[in-house]
Design a protein around this ligand. Structure first.
Ligand SMILES: [Zn+2]
Length: 457
């Protein structure tokens, strides 16, 4: 059971005061590091017995896998990313049951939940359950895979050094990915949109369609044990309503509704797709209600702001979690972030245009940089402003000025790049949002190594 320690609570309160003051996920560097370290408890490797016949393996890869023990066999919920990690989880499960695998269930189609199935299936041919829309989440924007892959490496900090690594928000910093996807088995039992109630190996199960992080997601309910498997529509962090690696629009409203539907079951145990399970009916139900409310609130505030004519830049700084939710440990923005969610909702519902005619035909970056340089009193003055911003630890401003200088032929571009690298590292140190932190650090390293000297995107 996850009970935040007193120290964690103290740390949390301290942190949140700082975070709210900042309006973003930026705090004192020591606090940021302590917060990320305390989040590690959510994915330390272990098997948790969540009910008499239900076990969840946490920390064997990025996501969780679970075993339900029936009368003449076991059922596996999610299979990790590849067979090597899955085999280790199965070995750990075998301490509790040696029954054959009767069925495998995919909560959704993300790679970290489906790639290890062969390790569980072995020589058996278990039925494999997924929604009838399985796979619809991926493949819609394959054409931009080259850039998505680069951004994926940055978001997850895959190339960071040992001293730069912390974690991925809801997963450890490093995972064995060499065999990713190699153990995937296609589903043969497709759950229709009205869901399915069935019995497998003597265990009553209910499959409920629940779009959220992906359109093809479902949650699984065990009516006897009162265990709910949420897939990735719930984990201990504010949800990743938008992934900075680049994703198609995730239907935020449906995500909120799916989690509200889960709360109606009032589970005794809540097993998330990542992070530790929660036991206790009151706690688990409250968590789901809060989670749904937090998503809905961000959505409603954003929509209201949009209808009032506000653009995403303004709204990303204005929309906040409701006060009664901002101290909840499972809503801290370790993985998803409110400002990113706001921007995603805006572009998901209206596209790129913010409604302001000034932005209909913006100046080209080089033209704007030349005008900004003039405004500053010349490129030299602009450079001094950039250096001053860095010295004052006004890192975001330093970044924005360095981005102007990179377009100017009379600028010291080496210096502008150096400042950008330092500013990115300055921002990273203060970040407790893991994707932001990882992205800043990774990009700084790429700039420093010269990989981005021509492109700078
Ligand atoms: Zn996942």
């Amino acid at each position: 059971m996850h009970v935040p320690s007193k120290t964690a609570c103290l740390l949390l309160c301290l942190t949140l005061t700082a975070a709210v003051a900042n309006g973003q996920t930026q705090v004192d560097p020591d606090v940021a590091l302590k917060m990320l370290n305390s989040q590690q408890q959510q994915f330390e490797r272990q098997v948790v017995k969540v009910a008499d016949n239900v076990f969840t393996a946490v920390g064997f890869h990025g996501a969780n896998t679970s075993m339900i023990v029936g009368t003449d066999g076991i059922i596996i919920v999610d299979t990790l990313r590849g067979p090597s990690s899955a085999a280790k989880a199965l070995e750990a499960f075998r301490e509790y049951s040696d029954k054959p695998v009767k069925a495998i269930i995919y909560t959704h189609s993300h790679g970290d939940h489906i790639g290890g199935a062969t390790a569980f299936a072995g020589a058996n041919r278990p039925d494999i359950y997924a929604t009838e829309t399985f796979g619809s989440a991926e493949g819609v924007n394959k054409v931009v895979n080259p850039v998505k892959m680069k951004r994926n490496v940055r978001q997850f900090g895959r190339d960071l050094s040992a001293v730069e690594r912390t974690n991925r928000g809801v997963a450890p910093a490093q995972t064995a990915d060499g065999d990713g996807g190699k153990g995937f088995l296609p589903p043969n039992m497709l759950i229709p949109k009205e869901g399915l109630k069935t019995t497998i190996a003597g265990v009553d199960l209910e499959f409920h369609i629940g779009p959220g992080e992906t359109d093809d997601a479902m949650f699984i309910w065990l009516p006897e044990e009162k265990v709910l498997f949420a897939g990735d529509n719930f984990y201990s962090s504010f949800p990743n309503l938008y992934a900075i690696r680049g994703t198609a629009y995730r239907d935020v409203l449906k995500w909120s509704e799916s989690v509200a539907k889960m709360a109606e079951f009032q589970p005794h145990v809540l097993v998330p797709g990542h992070t530790m399970p929660t036991q206790g009916q009151e706690t688990a139900t409250a968590m789901l209600k809060d989670y749904s409310e937090s998503i809905r609130s961000v959505y409603d505030q954003t929509v209201a702001g949009m209808n009032a004519g506000k653009g995403p830049d303004q709204l990303a700084h204005e929309v906040k979690l409701p006060e009664h939710l901002e101290n909840k440990p499972y809503l801290i923005e370790f993985y998803g972030s409110v400002p990113h969610a706001v921007r995603a909702i805006n572009s998901g519902l209206l596209g790129w245009y913010d409604g302001n005619p000034t932005t209909l035909n913006r100046l080209a970056p080089r033209t704007k940089a030349i005008k900004i340089s003039k405004l500053a009193g010349g490129t030299q003055k602009l450079t001094e402003q950039m250096e001053a911003a860095l010295a004052e630890e006004d890192y975001q401003w330093a970044l924005e000025l360095s981005d102007h200088l990179k377009w100017l032929d009379d600028a010291d571009k080496q210096l502008a790049r150096k400042v950008k690298i330092q500013a990115l590292r300055g921002l990273a140190a203060r970040e407790y949002n893991a994707p932001n932190r990882n992205y800043y650090l990774s990009y700084a390293n790429e700039l420093e190594s010269g990989q981005l000297s021509e492109v700078w995107f």
